[in-house]
Design a protein around this ligand. Structure first.
Ligand SMILES: [Zn+2]
Length: 543
């Protein structure tokens, strides 16, 4: 019983007019009326109501809840008066820190020791754990009964309910009537031919071969995009024969449906085109507190938002964009008349409505697709790639030469790497020199257009020829120890206007600019894109 917990230090003495009012309220409460019989007057009920919520269960109102520690209330029954006389001065738990040595103190010690001993005797002991009960594992008929009522995963058979074995009353059927028609969906698995799939579903070899020929006459079988074939098999004259194929349907491509139907003894193919609307999807809105969340909320697909942010980040600090700025995202989209939507790449990334305005559109120039802004300015090419995997062992600048022994200019940086480690072109360029060059040993010099060039020395191997075009990251040679070198390493130089500069201090960046007819075509495509209405538009994309 929780009564004692609710006891106030002053006990009943605190009961005042307020409590009596509460008592009047709670006395009719069934919770208290039901079990409150031992309370000799309503004051206790009222007192309880101060501390207990009336949503407590009946058990809290039980008769046993009278607490002896609760001081009695004056002017009540005879038993209470007796109790008060006998136990008034009996303190069962005296303060053992006060009045040490008195009879009451000794009695208190004895009570304490007694209670401790009782607790100790009743306890199971430290070495004896208290086990919870665990039901024994089911076996035999009990297990069968439990299994029959359990829900099993389909993969494990999923049979539920009791099964009755066949008795002598059950006669096996010699023959069963066939379903007149079978409809189903077959799945084209990877690496499995159409004809094989059809045969696996029960289509006869002749029918399957004919279907294969019909479809391949319309489009190469390898180009089929759909993997689902809806088929319908008809009635067969005999069980030993395969059922004839009555109908076969599939979505061969996003914009094409194929239907094969039986007419008499032959199969006919019908190709049904599906209308496709290629209007790009345009999403616009204010950036607000989070560009990503706002764009997603406005309906832009996650992938498009990600590439939008990545694209913007090449030109501006996306995090510092003002919340008033408007994002403008255009994504390639194809909507089929049947309702399917295919979303493609980002076609346009724009920022408007604030100081930072930007229009970016991808454009193919010199065989490379790059993002250009509204004025036809190209992307900054990224930082130069590390020419090899290794550690910087010697910096650019004046140093004492390890072989010559005197101080002279070190015109590049050294990257120590094991012999044979691949050496990569730091960025796109043309091989200007590839061969032996005295102190450099095997040496490659790349021209990156504009004012920039790079040099790679002490190579063990050269895999490019003079005049060859190389791409960023392409292997051009291997780390070696040729020329004036004390161990395998790459000597790497960067030239700006023909002068060697510290490769680690110069970040490579160059701006491409569209000109002439290229710029004109770019601008007209951009204008066309920008005329796409927000949301679903009616204007057709050119491709
Ligand atoms: Zn060096």
């Amino acid at each position: 019983m929780s009564r004692c917990l609710h006891r106030s230090p002053q006990g009943g003495e605190r009961i005042g007019p307020v409590n009596l009012t509460l008592n009047a309220l709670f006395h009719s409460d069934p919770v208290f009326a039901g079990g409150g019989g031992t309370f000799d007057d309503g004051v206790f009920g009222g007192h309880r109501a101060l501390f207990l919520r009336n949503d407590h269960g009946l058990e809290l109102g039980g008769g046993a809840s009278v607490s002896p520690a609760f001081p009695p209330v004056p002017g009540t029954a005879l038993s209470t008066k007796l109790k008060r006389r006998v136990f008034a001065n009996l303190d069962l738990a005296p303060d053992l820190g006060a009045r040490i040595g008195t009879l009451t103190w000794y009695r208190g010690v004895a009570t304490c020791i007694g209670l401790c001993a009782l607790t100790f005797l009743m306890a199971p002991g430290f070495e004896t754990p208290i086990y919870g009960t665990v039901a024994p594992a089911l076996t035999g008929t009990e297990l069968d009964a439990a299994r029959a009522q359990a829900i099993a995963p389909l993969a494990k058979g999923a049979t539920t309910g009791y099964r009755v074995a066949a008795t002598s009353l059950v006669a096996p059927l010699t023959d069963t009537p066939e379903r007149p028609m079978i409809e189903g969906t077959a799945k084209l698995a990877f690496g499995e031919g159409l004809v094989a799939v059809l045969q696996r579903t029960g289509v006869g070899k002749a029918d399957a071969t004919q279907v294969g020929q019909l479809i391949s006459s319309a489009m190469p079988l390898g180009d089929i995009q759909s993997t689902l074939l809806d088929y319908q098999l008809g009635r067969r004259p005999e069980k030993s024969q395969p059922r004839p194929l009555e109908k076969l349907e599939m979505r061969a491509a996003f914009d094409k449906r194929m239907e094969i139907t039986r007419v008499g003894s032959t199969l006919n193919l019908k190709v049904i085109p599906i209308a496709i609307d290629n209007t790009p999807l345009r999403v616009q809105g204010a950036i607000g507190s989070s560009l990503y969340r706002s764009a997603r909320a406005a309906g832009a697909p996650a992938k498009a938002v990600e590439s939008y942010i990545r694209t913007l980040a090449t030109r501006m600090s996306v995090a510092r964009l003002d919340s008033d700025c408007k994002f403008d995202i255009i994504v390639k989209q194809a909507r089929a008349a049947t309702g399917e939507v295919q979303l493609g790449n980002l076609l346009y990334a724009g920022v408007s409505g604030c100081d930072e305005k930007l229009q970016l559109m991808p454009w193919e120039s010199d065989g490379k697709i790059e993002w250009f802004d509204g004025l036809g300015k190209g992307n900054k090419t990224g930082m130069m790639a590390m020419p090899t995997n290794g550690r910087f062992s010697s910096a650019f600048g004046m140093r004492r030469h390890p072989i010559l022994g005197y101080t002279r200019m070190h015109k590049g940086i050294d990257i120590a790497a094991p012999w044979g480690t691949p050496v990569y072109a730091a960025t796109d360029g043309v091989v200007q020199f590839a061969g032996r060059s005295s102190g450099y040993g095997n040496f490659i010099k790349l021209n990156h257009g504009g004012a920039f060039g790079t040099g790679y020395g002490h190579l063990s191997r050269i895999v490019v020829r003079s005049g060859q075009a190389v791409r960023k990251g392409q292997v051009i040679g291997a780390v070696g120890n040729t020329g004036m070198s004390t161990g395998p390493h790459l000597h790497y130089e960067l030239y700006k206007n023909g002068v060697a500069v510290n490769p680690r201090s110069v970040a490579f960046s160059s701006l491409r600019q569209l000109t002439g007819s290229d710029l004109g075509a770019f601008r007209s495509k951009l204008g066309q894109l920008l005329s796409v209405p927000v949301g679903r538009g009616a204007q057709q994309d050119e491709d």
